[in-house]
Design a protein around this ligand. Structure first.
Ligand code: DQA
Length: 150
């Protein structure tokens, strides 16, 4: 069976493409998912994706990933800054996990400077737009020990 990565997209990310394009760009969420899926596939990994505007749905997907996914890539949107429940769920996931943000929250409003997920993921990739998803897959492949030695 192919090892599967779970890609999670939080609130409002369904609006990408038309949502504040000067900040988030014009690519849609489907574009980002396809890009991530292609990168995963190139590395022999499958990809499942869930976008939800509901915190509980994201929590349940993380719980399910404990037995169905080898790693999690998460852009939790604004829940990044507030959700201790997502923090706890991610802490309970034993595989590698990576936080992605299209924009660079550290360069934006002060309320975006705190990520409650940052302490419980392996690393954060911020500010590179859609490229961040490619970089996340690349990092994931290394964390999973599947990278070609160089
Ligand atoms: C975001 C950054 C968050 O602060 C914001 O609430 C989002 C998108 C990003 O990808 O840049 O919804 O996660």
């Amino acid at each position: 069976m192919t090892d599967t990565l779970l890609l999670l997209s939080g609130p409002n990310l369904n609006l990408l493409g038309t949502r504040e394009p000067h900040i988030y760009g014009t690519a849609t969420l489907a574009d980002h998912v396809e890009r991530t899926r292609a990168a995963a596939l190139r590395n022999g990994l499958g990809l499942e994706h869930l976008q939800s505007n509901f915190e509980g749905e994201l929590l349940e997907a993380i719980h399910a990933a404990r037995t169905s996914a080898v790693g999690i890539i998460i852009n939790a949107g604004a829940l990044t800054h507030t959700s201790w429940a997502l923090h706890d769920a991610m802490a309970a996931f034993e595989g590698p996990s990576i936080e992605v943000h299209l924009s660079n929250p550290a360069a934006r409003e002060p309320f975006r400077h705190l990520s409650v997920l940052a302490p419980v993921v392996n690393g954060s990739i911020c500010g590179f737009g859609g490229l961040g998803y490619d970089l996340a897959v690349e990092a994931m492949v290394t964390l999973l020990g599947r990278a070609e030695p160089n």
